[in-house]
Design a protein. Structure first.
Length: 96
């Protein structure tokens, strides 16, 4: 106890980094790029029949998600997700 009490004035005077009681802050998370997968340019697909995808080719990783399909929860800003609804129409186009 006596040692700690003796170090406090030393820390205040010298400003030693080793004397800091606070834990270092975590680096800020890098926000994902809003349109890294190009989904913004493909919003015209929403409402179209899913069959239009049969003739399309995508340069980025793409997954077509159908109702009841199991998908991973990992986020990949460069992956294009195309969601199909029960009526076999494209309901959503988004990055992730």
């Amino acid at each position: 106890m006596r040692r700690i009490t003796a170090l406090i004035p030393l820390c205040l005077v010298t400003g030693l980094a080793a004397c800091q009681m606070e834990s270092p802050a975590a680096p800020p998370a890098t926000p994902p790029v809003e349109n890294a997968c190009g989904a913004a340019e493909l919003q015209t697909l929403v409402g179209q029949p899913a069959s239009v995808l049969d003739t399309m080719r995508f340069s980025q990783p793409t997954r077509v998600i159908t109702p009841g399909m199991a998908v991973t929860m990992d986020f990949n800003a460069e992956r294009l997700n195309i969601e199909i609804d029960e009526a076999k129409r494209i309901s959503r186009v988004a990055c992730g």
